[in-house]
Design a binder for this molecule. Structure first.
Ligand code: TGC
Ligand code: FAD
Length: 401
């Protein structure tokens, strides 16, 4: 009886999500429509299967075409190249809804949109845009982004992957590590140094001689996403595959601005899923004769979760508005990525406590989100690297070296 009363008193949300301070007031009808169509897609195509995929460390390659069909690839890329022609808030909402399903699924979509399509759109030639973007948008092609190397993670400027001008082609050598999508990718946007040590982007296609993509096994995190290496052993890359529009480390860092922004929204989705699961469980789980939702310590956890999600939503929304206006700087995005991923990880840990022993099982999404978020807090710039980016902004002194 008491359990039913408590369940009744739990607020019903407008979109089966969390919207305590009516963030919806700041969204357009188009934003809300996009969010609900991706929400429906995730419910139908991801949520029923994700636990099994994650338990088996299986990447569902058929999801690539489905993501293309639903418009999850390159929503912020102009329609003439197959993208959605949408603004950054719409892009963020799409990442949020996918990551409510799973961070690894969001990885697949954000790498494709922000780290493969974005550089080809932003720095590519018109021929490169026309050749690759429509196929990447539709999911006919999957891409990956190679920046990190075995000895150069947080410090990509030290990369040793390099290419030489051989007259009619470039000769590419080196290796990249921890690359999302790599074992399944048709193309890789690879960052490498030329003979003068200047960083450029090159499009490397599967099938080029000397190019291999060994899979990384044994991950406890992002188990439904495939991760691997990119190995280049005297790969002949056609000259027309160099991205001509921008060189230097700034080029990959611009791509990371877009992807990190998507993560700031995506993490909210993972946090919402944990929070919702926790509040439902708390209303139903009876201990000492009453629902655990009636205990002050459980209410403290739920109250703090809701507060932190709400703060994170407004941070993401404001940075999204600045992105739309061309005013967002790397530091703003760093603050949002850093805050929101830590928020989501803390909520996953607290939600795990509320679920008691059940929280460690695949019956609930909590442990999977928690393990996924351990990667999310590390990739696209570690938690501490984002802190140092903010520290540099505040003090004017870079503390990276
Ligand atoms: P720094 O000297 O600060 O900058 C080098 C050059 O780049 C310029 N620049 C930018 N340009 C455009 N947009 C930006 N956002 C830019 N940020 C910097 C800068 O002006 C400079 O230009 P120039 O002309 O003077 O050369 O570079 P630094 O070497 O000191 O490094 C700074 C630091 C540590 C912040 C940077 O290296 C960094 O962010 N490190 C973290 C590495 C990282 O995030 N890696 C991510 C790999 S990709 C990934 O994880 C994908 S996971 C995807 C998934 O599955 O979802
Ligand atoms: P390191 O750089 O060795 O850092 C180790 C520790 O040292 C961290 O705590 C870090 O914060 C700290 N540290 C490093 N430098 C400093 C400093 N100056 N001051 C203080 N502390 C410091 N990369 C890609 O290019 N493409 C991808 O698609 C991609 N996908 C990924 C998917 C997964 C599942 C994972 C785990 C990683 C992926 N990455 C990808 C790589 C990711 O971006 C790197 O792991 C990340 O940038 C950190 O590099 P690292 O692992 O080498 O750690």
């Amino acid at each position: 009886m008491e359990s039913i009363e408590i369940r009744k008193s739990l607020k019903q949300d407008t979109f089966e999500g969390v919207d305590f301070l009516d963030l919806d007031d700041l969204l357009t009808d188009e934003h809300k429509l996009i969010r609900s169509s991706i929400r429906d897609f995730v419910k139908k195509e991801i949520s029923p299967y994700i636990e099994d995929w994650a338990q088996k460390a299986h990447f569902p390659s058929e999801i690539v075409k489905k993501f293309g069909d639903v418009g999850a690839f390159g929503p912020q890329i102009p329609e003439q190249y197959g993208g959605g022609g949408l603004d950054y808030i719409a892009y963020g909402l799409i990442m949020q809804e996918i990551e409510r399903g799973d961070s690894g699924m969001r990885s697949t979509a954000s790498v494709q949109g922000s780290l493969v399509m974005y550089p080809i759109y932003k720095f590519g030639s018109e021929e490169q845009r026309n050749k690759y973007l429509p196929k990447l948008a539709s999911g006919e092609m999957l891409g990956c982004f190679g920046l990190t190397e075995p000895d150069h993670g947080s410090n990509p400027s030290g990369m040793v992957t390099n290419f030489k001008d051989m007259g009619d082609h470039y000769l590419l050598n080196g290796a990249k590590m921890w690359i999302s999508n790599s074992p399944e990718a048709d193309i890789a946007v690879v960052w490498a140094k030329n003979e003068e040590g200047r960083i450029h982007g090159l499009i490397v296609e599967r099938g080029m001689e000397g190019f291999t993509t060994p899979e990384t096994h044994g991950k406890w995190s992002l188990r439904a996403s495939c991760t691997g290496e990119l190995v280049f052993d005297n790969v002949k890359v056609p000259k027309e595959n160099l991205l001509p529009g921008k060189s230097g480390l700034g080029a990959p860092l611009m791509c990371l601005d877009s992807a990190r922004f998507g993560i700031a929204w995506g993490a909210i989705g993972a946090a919402m899923d944990c929070y919702e699961s926790a509040r439902k469980y708390a209303a139903e789980r009876i201990q000492f004769g009453k629902p655990i939702a009636g205990f002050q310590l459980v209410q403290k956890k739920l109250s703090e979760m809701l507060t932190e999600i709400t703060k994170a939503q407004f941070l993401a929304w404001k940075v999204g508005k600045m992105m739309n206006e061309g005013k967002a700087k790397t530091v703003h995005i760093s603050m949002a990525k850093r805050n929101n991923v830590e928020m989501a990880l803390n909520i996953a840990r607290e939600a795990r406590q509320i679920h008691g022993g059940m929280g460690i099982t695949g019956e609930y999404p909590i442990m999977r989100h928690m393990m996924n978020l351990e990667s999310v807090i590390t990739y696209e710039g570690t938690h501490d690297i984002h802190l140092l980016i903010l520290g540099q902004e505040i003090t004017g002194i870079p503390a990276f070296v």
